[in-house]
Write a protein that binds this ligand. Structure first.
Ligand SMILES: [Ca+2]
Ligand SMILES: [Ca+2]
Length: 293
């Protein structure tokens, strides 16, 4: 078994021949140090060059997807960044699964991404893997502010965040099937509140809304002040090239404004008080099965 890890190293767990595993070993690069491509390294093993040794396909948190040739005895080749249709592949928190899906003798690849997207691409024969004909299996999820409620709705219909594909013949019909694991934050059951607690929650919600309005107003004022300090009439007049300097100026004004800091503190306080009256957020990881026709 080979596994990536959140902090980067790739671990090899050799079988002990009795159904268990020996202590893990880390794969080293050419320099003898641990091979660390990035954070959240997600691995798929498949023999690209058909030399009998499974090679590594690796997704990363920042997007690049790599191929690492297995030279045997824990030695590996230089990681190669993969591309599809001539463009370098990028999938944030990417999860690859290499498999000869169309059974033409060349490995193809499924690739999951942080935002829920899952893509498939066809392998092109060659010394180093490359891919073509990018096909969207699952679209990215919509970007919304109430993400948990959106996920609660779509979780009944499809995999959600960070889909990680895996291929196996689930139903034993000789055809490869697609399994997809995901990650999901869902609102749990709302707590049972006494009438007094419900009133307290409503009062806190009102306080929260009024503090937010106050903060919004003050932020607008500070934006105007920051723009004026830079010689512009208002925040909207700051040109794109000056946005970074404007944000810095604004942060300085916010940091120095006692009222602004008091508001932030109050908002945190009210939020913390209200939390026990809100539905808890539960973490889920579901596994989806797609049988190949
Ligand atoms: Ca190989
Ligand atoms: Ca193929």
């Amino acid at each position: 078994m080979v596994s990536g890890s959140y902090d980067g190293p790739i671990f090899v767990f050799r079988g002990d021949g009795k159904g268990g595993f020996l202590a893990p070993q880390k794969i080293a690069g050419k320099d003898g140090k641990d091979l660390v491509l990035d954070n959240a390294v997600s691995i798929s093993l498949a023999d690209w060059n058909k030399d009998g040794k499974p090679d590594i396909f690796a997704g990363t948190i920042s997007g690049p997807v790599y191929y690492i040739e297995n030279n045997g005895n824990m030695k590996v080749g230089e990681p190669v960044r993969l591309s599809c249709d001539g463009k370098e592949l990028s999938a944030l928190d990417g999860g690859p699964a290499a498999v000869d899906w169309d059974n033409d003798g060349t490995l193809d690849m499924f690739l999951g991404e942080d935002d829920g997207a899952l893509r498939y691409m066809k392998g092109v024969p060659g010394a180093i893997p490359s891919f073509k004909d990018l096909h969207v299996v699952l679209n990215q999820l919509p970007q919304v502010t109430d993400q948990e409620n959106m996920l609660a709705k779509v979780v009944k219909t499809r995999p959600t965040l960070r889909p990680k594909p895996f291929i196996g013949d689930w139903n034993g019909d000789g055809k490869p099937d697609l399994l997809v694991g995901d990650f999901c934050l869902l609102p749990g059951p709302p707590p049972q509140l006494t009438p007094a607690q419900a009133k307290e929650r409503d009062d806190l919600a009102k306080q929260q809304a009024s503090l937010n309005t106050e903060l919004e107003k003050l932020t607008k004022q500070l934006e105007r002040d920051a723009a004026k300090k830079m010689g512009y009439a208002d925040a909207k007049s700051v040109p794109p090239g000056k946005q970074e300097a404007f944000q810095l100026e604004l942060a300085t004004l916010q940091g120095a404004d006692a009222n602004y800091n008091r508001l932030l503190e109050s908002i945190t306080e009210v939020f913390t008080k209200k939390l026990p009256f809100e539905p808890p957020v539960d973490y889920h990881g579901f596994v989806w099965l797609f049988l190949k026709k």
